[in-house]
Design a protein around this ligand. Structure first.
Ligand SMILES: [Mg+2]
Length: 133
């Protein structure tokens, strides 16, 4: 099974780095969609099958926390796993995101950490995954 991923970050460089990191980590990626803010991200979510959302917090138009909240209110997107990748340092905010069911990764991040968290929340992926039964 390949993961269709949506990467939402206002920095194109960061989106490319996250994508590259996920490819390097051996995760079985399918389509990789990208958006520069939460509003555009929600539009892509509503038009495509997405298995995993990786989202920044601080973005113009709509930030990652608002995007996560709107996803959780929509029956079509409420169960999609979300990983927040941010420089965010506020523990209160991080806890709020986790309460909404997101995983949190602090920037800068390692490929291994992304791989391990994605494997944990999706149950698939990575180099050491046993062959499909
Ligand atoms: Mg940002």
């Amino acid at each position: 099974m390949a993961l269709n991923v949506l990467i939402v970050d206002d920095s194109g460089v960061m989106r490319a780095m996250i994508k590259k990191t996920m490819l390097m980590s051996g995760l079985p990626l399918g389509e990789v969609y990208q958006a520069g803010n939460g509003k555009d991200g929600l539009e892509i979510l509503n038009q495509n099958w997405i298995d995993l959302v990786v989202v920044d917090i601080n973005m113009p138009v709509m930030n990652g926390e608002e995007m996560l909240s709107q996803m959780r209110e929509n029956p079509g997107t409420k169960d999609i796993p979300v990983v927040v990748i941010s420089t965010e340092g506020s523990q209160t905010r991080i806890e709020r995101l986790i309460k909404k069911g997101a995983s949190f990764i602090q920037k800068p991040f390692s490929p291994e950490l992304i791989r391990d968290i994605v494997k944990e929340i999706t149950g698939i992926g990575g180099d050491d995954e046993p062959p499909v039964k």
